[in-house]
Design a protein around this ligand. Structure first.
Ligand SMILES: Nc1ncnc2c1ncn2[C@@H]1O[C@H](COP(=O)(O)OP(=O)(O)O)[C@@H](O)[C@H]1O
Ligand SMILES: [Mg+2]
Length: 219
């Protein structure tokens, strides 16, 4: 059984504590593909599973997502980070914490490491301010996969998908390099939770690795 964040988790009585798995990385690294495959395999293995995403994942947070994705006016990077955290706190309190309490295994497509990588490392918002927001949120993933792809391969996938440049891509290749290295730095800083994953093999190969690691790390 896979629920998505639009569905209610009420009525589910599990004895196990839930857990939170986050999938991180740059645009077109394969996060949404892998989040879906991982949720499907976890559900097939008998774990009640919730697939969700950020920004969004709760009705109010989805409204903020709409704003963040549509906005074309430059915002101070810390201000932008705080809007992401406003959405994240709504998502955490309305969707994630109830799901964890109900014993669900959550697979979340992007989480706070994206804010640190994009607004912190990428755009120069004060990392200690973002760390303060992370502390305020008070919800740390049990396991984080950071999908890593060289920019050239990312660009190839983007063109193949026919997706036009988003506002982050328009900040230029140096920005995307800083975000990528930011994710590397996050993995080095939090080795107890984060695993860097080479995202260049086929979707099935990357998935097999993620599923095996998830089973090994979260018995
Ligand atoms: N391992 C892979 N190898 C080749 N193409 C991939 C792989 N994973 C995803 N893709 C393709 O790349 C594009 C971006 O994938 P997606 O999962 O949407 O990435 P993200 O959510 O990280 O932006 C899609 O067209 C998808 O089909
Ligand atoms: Mg995606």
């Amino acid at each position: 059984m896979i629920q998505t964040s639009g569905e209610s988790t009420s009525g589910h009585h599990a004895v196990v504590k839930g857990r939170l798995i986050t999938i991180e990385g740059t645009d077109c690294a394969g996060k949404s593909t892998q989040a879906r495959l991982l949720a499907e395999s976890l559900a097939a293995s008998g774990c009640p599973t919730l697939l969700t995403r950020e920004p969004g994942g709760a009705p109010g947070a989805e409204v903020l997502r709409g704003f963040l994705l549509a906005n074309r006016t430059a915002l101070d990077p810390l201000a932008e980070a705080m809007i992401h955290f406003a959405a994240r706190i709504d998502h955490a309190n309305r969707t994630l914490r109830p799901a964890i309490a109900a014993g669900l295994t959550i697979v979340c497509d992007r989480f706070f490491d994206s804010t640190m990588a994009y607004q912190g490392y990428g755009q120069g918002a004060d990392p200690s301010a973002i760390t303060t927001l992370i502390r305020l949120l008070d919800l740390t993933p049990d396991l984080t996969f950071v999908l890593d792809l060289p920019p050239a391969e990312e660009q190839r996938r983007r063109e193949q998908r026919g997706r036009s440049a988003d506002r982050y891509e328009r900040l230029g290749p140096e920005f995307l390099e800083r975000v990528r290295w930011g994710f590397h730095a996050i993995v080095k800083t939090h080795p107890e939770r984060c695993i860097l994953i080479d995202a260049s093999p086929s979707p099935a190969e990357v998935h097999a690795r993620l599923f095996a690691l998830a089973q090994a790390r979260l018995p």
